[in-house]
Design a protein around this ligand. Structure first.
Ligand SMILES: Cc1cc2nc3c(=O)[nH]c(=O)nc-3n(C[C@H](O)[C@H](O)[C@H](O)COP(=O)(O)OP(=O)(O)OC[C@H]3O[C@@H](n4cnc5c(N)ncnc54)[C@H](O)[C@@H]3O)c2cc1C
Length: 393
């Protein structure tokens, strides 16, 4: 049994063998992975030690105190939060060994090729086709809103392999090499001025059978693992007190007494308490995760995260008065990472609009909570037993 003492001992051993001050950053990260101290709850040989997930904090604290480099998790959020748990659950041994190490060290960035122009909330309606040809699958279609596609080496991709069965049944899950011929990435500029996401056109892209993840036709089930993890990754980030959107506005409030009014004070206090409740609920959710994969509870966290970010950043713009209307930079940047709380108040206000859309819209998450948490009647579904090819699109 790997307990906290054992993890401290192994961390000390890692630090002694690879002193952070004299070791190359990547060498250190690789050695950390190989020592099983990357994500301690993963199996041995895959960056972990099969230890309780809650003990990760022990390792992180020791490494931080020693000034060790981290893997810059914000840059590789889709890989860490979504691709990795899916590869772990459904991948073959060979796939796990090939993909997880460079994913965790940040050597290979991942993106998510799920949404399409005609399939967002109704993701199972997707039309990108994958047709088997010998040992390859030939993929044609268009994806949209693909965050980080411009920096990604790999993508998790869902495509239709059988149009003759109902929409949920004919989908298969693949790993797509973003550097392959036929993958074209075009920037999409968003309300913040940046283009953090993209359109991705797939034309005769050949994906070898060895990059199929899960069974043929079982892609919808595999995708549920990705989506449940996505909501936790977006809404359930571990934060210190005042670590999220509530941090910058609280700082402004303390430093700028001339902006204060009684009304704003009442509203800020209410949001501060709600943000703290959401943060502590996230801690509880993470403790539940120790027992296994996230369920629909992640939807609740993500809902709260989106609503609070929008309300808090809106209040911040209001608090700043005329200053709040200024915007720091409209340049079309292609950011490598997304920092929801970064830059100035105007950026936070505009960026948070996407929080209630990305990773499932708030309306759709409310449906999930209604059906799977509260047990309310489901929405009528008339297309459940109809072949995908016969659906109106
Ligand atoms: C910043 C950002 C980053 C993103 N990154 C990625 C990415 O990396 N990869 C990826 O694959 N996708 C990504 N997305 C896409 C995102 O998952 C979709 O935008 C989202 O699922 C909604 O789909 P849609 O845009 O097609 O809207 P639609 O599904 O067309 O929805 C339109 C409106 O109808 C409502 N609606 C739809 N169905 C229902 C229903 N059953 N009940 C009630 N209301 C409903 C919605 O809530 C919404 O208000 C990103 C989106 C954003 C904003």
């Amino acid at each position: 049994m790997t307990d906290a003492a054992e993890l401290r001992r192994r961390t000390a051993e890692l630090l002694a063998a690879h002193p952070p001050t004299t070791t190359d950053r990547l060498d250190f990260l690789r050695a950390r992975f190989d020592a099983g101290l990357a994500w301690v709850h993963y199996p041995e040989g895959l960056g972990g030690l099969g230890a309780p997930r809650s003990l990760q904090a022990v390792v992180d604290a020791e490494l931080e105190a020693a000034g060790a480099p981290d893997n810059d998790p914000r840059r590789i959020g889709i890989g860490l939060g979504m691709a990795a748990p899916t590869v772990l659950q459904y991948g073959t041994e060979e796939q796990k060994r090939r993909y997880l190490r460079p994913l965790w060290t940040g050597e290979e960035v991942w993106c998510q090729l799920f949404s399409e122009p005609g399939a967002g909330s109704d993701l199972a309606a997707l039309g990108t086709r994958a047709v088997r040809e010998g040992e390859d699958w030939v993929v044609n279609g268009q994806k949209v809103w693909t965050s980080s596609a411009h920096v990604a080496r790999w993508a998790i991709l869902i495509a239709r392999t059988d149009p003759d069965v109902p929409k949920h049944a004919g989908i298969t899950y693949f790993i797509c090499d973003m550097t392959d011929p036929g993958v074209e990435v075009r920037p999409l500029r968003q309300i913040t001025g940046e283009a953090e996401f993209n359109e991705v056109f797939l034309t005769d892209v050949r994906i070898p059978e060895s990059r199929r993840l899960g069974e043929i036709g079982d892609g919808w089930r595999v995708a549920q693992t990705t989506l449940n993890n996505e909501r936790v990754a977006i809404g359930g980030m571990r934060l210190p007190r005042e670590g999220g959107m509530i941090g910058p506005i609280s700082k402004t409030w303390r430093e700028r007494p001339e902006l204060r009014t009684h009304d704003l004070h009442q509203r800020l206090l209410k949001l501060w308490v709600e943000a703290e409740v959401a943060r502590l609920t996230g801690e509880r959710l993470r403790q539940q995760l120790v027992a296994g994969q996230p369920g629909p509870e992640g939807a609740g966290m993500k809902l709260a995260f989106a609503r609070l970010n929008q309300e808090i950043s809106g209040l911040e713009v209001e608090l700043r008065g005329e200053e709040g209307l200024l915007y720091d930079d409209w340049t079309m940047r292609r950011p490598e990472l997304v920092d929801f709380t970064g830059r100035d108040a105007g950026y936070r206000y505009l960026r948070s609009k996407g929080n209630s859309i990305e990773g499932g819209t708030s309306e759709v998450l409310l449906n999930i909570v209604a059906e799977r948490v509260l047990g309310l009647p489901t929405e009528p579904r008339t297309d459940k037993d109809v072949a995908w090819k016969d659906l109106a699109r």
